[in-house]
Structure formats: structure tokens, C-alpha cells
Design a protein around this ligand. Structure first.
Ligand code: ADP
Ligand code: MG
Length: 221
């Protein structure tokens, strides 16, 4: 589903060069739930952003669903992301002055969907994460766990084949974190969604199919 070959990422500023990823090759199978662990600054977010076509590698090849991506234009990349990928971040990235339902509808605005269909699909996604009774709330009126559930609904509303989650439970207490993990596991098991999740939590990582460890930009396990 995702194939990374010899990925290297160098960040350059005027004075310093950081090798954030060093020769990473990794295959993620369709239907797999993979976790990525490693100390702060080891390149986890960089790797996830490259998998999600949010950032380009300095060297190497990213294939998604057997398609090479390096020659796609920005517009093609945006389309590709919108169709195939759902993103979840540690700090939710919701739009605070939009109601929950409108937040979840957002990815559909870039597709040919009628307003009625958008509402229906967004309501279905919110039902899946157990938030049917909060659709008219604003994000600031919700708990952290509820906000992350809205973010998951937004990630799945377009029925992506792949979900990329960067420390999705990082801001949550363990009870709320477990709830989020249950939802991700259910999406993986019932819908066959391929999931790659960065986490600091061994317990969460142990619930996934496979764990990749990074250290200083290299894969060590
Ligand atoms: N935009 C950037 N410019 C320069 N250096 C960066 C940038 N983003 C990340 N880095 C550096 O790349 C390394 C990996 O960062 P990151 O992928 O965010 O690590 P992690 O998610 O594992 O904490 C770090 O040393 C970080 O300082
Ligand atoms: Mg990070």
C-alpha cells in the first residue's frame, strides 16, 4: 500500500544541515496497522509527512497503491491526498469557529458532493466515533478526547484507504487515549483501513500489528 525506498530527508538552513531521515526503506501492507516509535527529534513526523505526501523527500521514492508520486504537481498531490489519505494530529487541528458537523464536512468540499450528501456522510462519520449528540457544538466546547474523535471523523469522512496519525493520543489521559485507540482498531479491523501511527506509548504500540523504531533518522527495528 505504501512503499518507501531509500528515503533521505535533509533540512537546510543558512548555517545548519539536519539529516532527518537516513536511507529508510519500508513497506506498509494493505490492511496493516503499523506503529512508529522513537525519541523526540528522531524523524517520526518527518517520515509520516513524507508517507502522506505533505512533504517531499530529498532522495528516494514514495509509492502509494503502486503509483510513484515524485512527478505529481502540487494540485495532483492535493487531489491524491484528498482521495486516499486521512490525517490525524496530536493537537486535533480543528477549526474552532466551525461547528463539529462543518469541520467534518471540510474534506468533502474539494470533491463533487452535494450539500445534502456532505451532511449525510459527515453525520455517518460522527456516528462511527460516537459523537452524534455533539454535531452542533464548537470544538472549544468539547473535551480533548471528543475533539480527537471529531478529527477522526474528519479523517474518515472521505473513506480513505490509509490513515496517518501523528501521536493521536499524545494530549490525552489514558482513558481517553484508550477510547481513541479502540476507534482506530475498529476502523482497521472492520473497514480494512491501513493505519500508520506515531506514538510514545508502548501499550498503544503493542496493540498494533507491527512496530518500527527510529533512532536519529534511521530504522533500528
Ligand atoms: N522544518 C524543519 N526545518 C529544519 N529542521 C527540521 C524541520 N522539521 C524537523 N526538523 C528536524 O528534523 C529532525 C526530525 O524532526 P521530527 O520529524 O519532527 O522528529 P519527531 O517527530 O521524531 O520528534 C529534528 O532534528 C528536527 O529538529
Ligand atoms: Mg513529531
Amino acid at each position: 500500500m505504501i512503499r518507501l525506498q531509500n528515503i533521505e530527508k535533509v533540512y537546510r538552513t543558512d548555517t545548519i544541515e539536519t539529516l532527518a531521515l537516513n536511507s529508510i526503506s519500508l513497506d506498509v501492507e494493505k490492511g496493516e496497522f503499523l506503529s512508529i516509535m522513537g525519541p523526540s527529534g528522531c524523524g517520526k513526523s518527518t517520515l509520516l509527512n513524507i508517507m502522506g505526501l505533505l512533504d517531499a523527500p530529498s532522495k528516494g521514492d514514495v509509492r502509494i497503491d503502486d503509483q510513484t508520486t515524485q512527478h505529481l504537481s502540487d494540485k495532483q498531490l492535493a487531489n491524491f491526498r484528498n482521495q486516499k489519505l486521512g490525517f490525524i494530529f496530536q493537537s486535533y487541528h480543528l477549526i474552532n469557529d466551525l461547528q463539529v458537523l462543518d469541520n467534518v464536512e471540510l474534506p468533502l468540499l474539494y470533491r463533487n458532493t452535494t450539500a445534502k450528501q456532505r451532511k449525510l456522510l459527515a453525520s455517518e462519520a460522527l456516528a462511527k466515533v460516537g459523537l452524534t449528540n455533539r454535531i452542533k457544538h464548537f470544538p472549544t466546547q468539547l473535551s480533548g478526547g471528543q475533539r480527537q474523535r471529531v478529527a477522526i471523523a474528519r479523517a474518515i469522512v472521505g473513506r480513505p484507504e490509509i490513515i496517518l496519525a501523528d501521536e493521536p493520543t499524545g494530549n490525552l489521559d489514558s482513558a481517553m487515549g484508550n477510547e481513541i485507540m479502540e476507534i482506530l482498531m475498529q476502523l482497521n479491523k472492520e473497514d480494512g483501513t491501513t493505519i500508520v501511527m506515531v506514538t510514545h506509548d508502548e501499550n498503544m504500540a503493542n496493540k498494533t500489528h507491527r512496530l518500527v523504531r527510529l533512532f536519529d533518522g534511521a530504522q533500528v527495528q
